[in-house]
Design a protein around this ligand. Structure first.
Ligand code: SF4
Ligand code: SF4
Length: 254
């Protein structure tokens, strides 16, 4: 018998899949290249603003963005039925940091060399806000090539390595939110998080088996320590726990 997803997960999956379907429009607002190009030319553009908003949101919402509206997450979760293998994040999570540190340093260096940001163009490198489109200095087939390379990277990792492997390894956006989350934990201000009650857990491990980020959620519940940099607050564990041992909470904590 096919088991229906809980309503919240149906809504979440719909949102991340719609985000993926919108990716031909939104791609350049998440582009690691467009922000560098803007830095070289002293232009505040859509991707700079978007990454800034991700960071700010993470101060209060953690990585909710990753779990609920990220196109990269959507394109990987679509392929979960093809390869549902868990990935060992402890061995590969460092890769995205190595990429991010070099990339972020380049943005800063180019912005300084350009004399700082002097103008704002939120639709930079788009055609009236559409990313996969021809522009005056770039034919449309180049935009298609970039689009399919990005999709192939995320989908390839999901298909060959397993669940949301791209989030663990190549995502240049996740570190902004992990840093934001670290800051909120340092200051212990109220924010969205998971809390657990180990006394009601019956150790079925359903939470660990279903976590799209391959986290050992059961161990987190037993330790009553749900804070994990790789948790995307998707709520899959919340919705799959028959004991209601895990729940969302907007509260202070570490
Ligand atoms: S799904 Fe719930 S009951 Fe099962 S191991 Fe996880 S927290 Fe415990
Ligand atoms: S721990 Fe729960 S909320 Fe966090 S990523 Fe795993 S399933 Fe989603």
């Amino acid at each position: 018998m096919i088991r229906q997803l809980p309503m919240r997960q149906r809504i979440r999956k719909t949102l991340v899949f719609l985000a993926f379907l919108s990716f031909p429009i939104t791609m350049n607002f998440f582009s690691p290249y467009v922000i560098i190009d803007g830095a070289m030319n002293g232009i505040i553009n859509g991707s700079l603003v978007m990454f800034g908003l991700m960071f700010l949101s993470s101060l209060f919402l953690g990585r909710l963005w990753c779990g609920w509206i990220c196109p990269g997450g959507g394109m990987q979760e679509i392929f979960e039925p093809v390869n549902n293998k868990t990935v060992n994040g402890s061995k590969i999570d460092w890769i995205k940091w190595a990429i991010w540190i070099v990339w972020f340093a380049l943005i800063v260096i180019f912005a300084v060399r350009a004399g700082g940001y002097q103008s704002v163009d939120l639709l930079y490198h788009t055609q009236n806000g559409i990313s996969v489109a021809g522009t005056a200095d770039r034919p449309i087939f180049i935009a298609y090539i970039i689009y399919y390379v990005v999709v192939a990277l995320f989908v390839g990792l999901a298909v060959f390595a397993g669940r949301r492997a791209g989030c663990h390894t190549i995502c240049w956006m996740a570190p902004f939110m992990i840093i934001g989350r670290w800051i909120r934990n340092r200051f212990e201000w109220p924010s969205l998080r998971l809390v657990a009650d180990a006394s009601t857990c019956k150790d079925c491990k359903s939470c660990s088996k279903t976590c799209p980020m391959s986290l050992d959620v059961n161990a987190m519940v037993q330790a009553q320590k749900m804070e994990n940099a790789e948790c995307i607050l998707c709520g899959t564990c919340v919705d799959n726990c028959s004991q209601k041992a895990i729940r969302y909470s907007f509260s202070a904590g570490k």
